[in-house]
Design a protein around this ligand. Structure first.
Ligand code: ADP
Length: 162
């Protein structure tokens, strides 16, 4: 059984992430979307809120599971017999950081193999932070995120949480 993990902050999941998930899920028997908090990014949603939104967004993809993890990615990879780490690449700007992270992960655990999927052109501009910025400026985000995310973001504002 070939298992791949797609780790990220997913704060929140966007249609760009979803595109990577759909394509990656065809390359393995099981894909785990792993919510792992990036300590340098301030989040809008908690890990479990983010995981629940992903579960809703991927419910039609039968070989995709969602999990949360706070520790080192390579530890998760080691303990769950993961064959590949999936990351998405947008512009050149993603490359340096992704390259560094892939090499670091391999240094930490020699069997950690990272696979990069190139963004689809229609999502190349899309990031979670851009979605939040448009949302806070009261622009429409319906083209950028799954419906459940749009609803959850509106609820946060309504409840005065953000
Ligand atoms: P992180 O904080 O770990 O970078 P993100 O949620 O921002 O988490 O992104 C997770 C992964 O998805 C990263 O590899 C990122 O480059 C990729 N990604 C994000 N948005 C897109 C997109 N629109 N198209 C392709 N890949 C993307």
């Amino acid at each position: 059984m070939r298992i791949a993990v797609y780790p990220g902050s997913f704060d929140p999941i966007t249609n760009g992430h979803l595109d990577i998930i759909k394509r990656a899920s065809k390359l393995c028997d099981k894909l785990i979307v792993l919510v792992s908090n990036n300590i340098s990014k301030k989040g809008m949603f908690t890990s479990s809120q983010k995981a629940n939104l992903i579960i809703e967004a991927v419910k039609e993809l039968s070989n995709v599971e969602v999990d949360c993890f706070e520790g080192l990615l390579v530890e998760y990879v080691k303990h769950n017999n993961i064959n590949a780490i999936i990351r998405g690449l947008r512009a050149i700007s993603d490359f340096e950081m992704e390259f560094q992270m892939a090499l670091l992960n391999r240094k930490l655990y020699n069997d950690a193999e990272t696979l990069f999927l190139m963004t689809s052109t229609e999502y190349s501009y899309l990031s979670s932070s851009m979605v939040k910025e448009v949302f806070y400026m009261e622009g429409s985000i319906s083209k950028f995120v799954p419906k459940c995310v749009e609803i959850a973001m509106k609820q946060k504002i309504y409840k005065g949480e953000k």
